[in-house]
Design a protein around this ligand. Structure first.
Ligand code: SF4
Ligand code: SF4
Length: 168
């Protein structure tokens, strides 16, 4: 029903840059609340039909931002002193934003999150389709169109529902 083969999705996505660019611009003609509601609904139906535990591909691509509180929580979860944890796994920008210092993520093991119960808000929230502001975030969403089966399929369903066609 939905395409989930990562290689097939990547191959299709490689030829869709122009189409997706047009789709991005076409969203300006739609009501934001309607788009948010559609993305939320499709996140449930499409996301419910695709097994993230069989995929794990976002963990190969995401730069995961984390908070200082989450670092403290992970330190307890891993029973590792916070300075050691920061040294090994965390990068901090000049303005104090923290993120996991490796892509793919350090904590990905055999397509699974090795700290699943202690994973971060950004991991739990990805692909962020349940949040309001779908249209404003859509450029960022498209960055994962060729690597996240949920995003790929949600975007394709949205194109059909919205009657999207590329203008000549
Ligand atoms: S912490 Fe876990 S869920 Fe988050 S990116 Fe790393 S492996 Fe994936
Ligand atoms: S959110 Fe997307 S990329 Fe991540 S595991 Fe689920 S389907 Fe795969």
């Amino acid at each position: 029903m939905y395409e989930t083969d990562l290689q097939v999705i990547a191959a299709i996505a490689a030829g869709k840059d122009e189409e997706n660019d047009h789709f991005l611009r076409s969203l300006a003609h739609h009501d934001d609340e309607m788009l948010d509601a559609m993305a939320l609904e499709l996140n449930g139906t499409v996301g419910g039909a695709i097994s993230c535990t069989d995929c794990g591909n976002c963990c190969n691509h995401l730069i995961v931002n984390i908070t200082h509180e989450e670092i403290t929580g992970l330190s307890k979860f891993l029973d590792m002193p916070e300075p050691e944890l920061r040294e090994k796994y965390i990068e901090e920008s000049l303005v104090g934003n923290c993120f996991i210092n490796s892509v793919p993520c350090h904590f990905l093991a055999d397509k699974k999150c090795s700290i699943y119960e202690g994973r971060f808000t950004e991991c739990r929230d990805f692909p962020h389709l349940h949040k309001s502001g779908f249209r404003k975030r859509f450029l960022g969403t498209l960055l994962h169109y060729g690597s996240c089966p949920i995003i790929f399929n949600v975007v394709e369903v949205m194109k059909r529902r919205l009657g999207f066609v590329i203008a000549e």
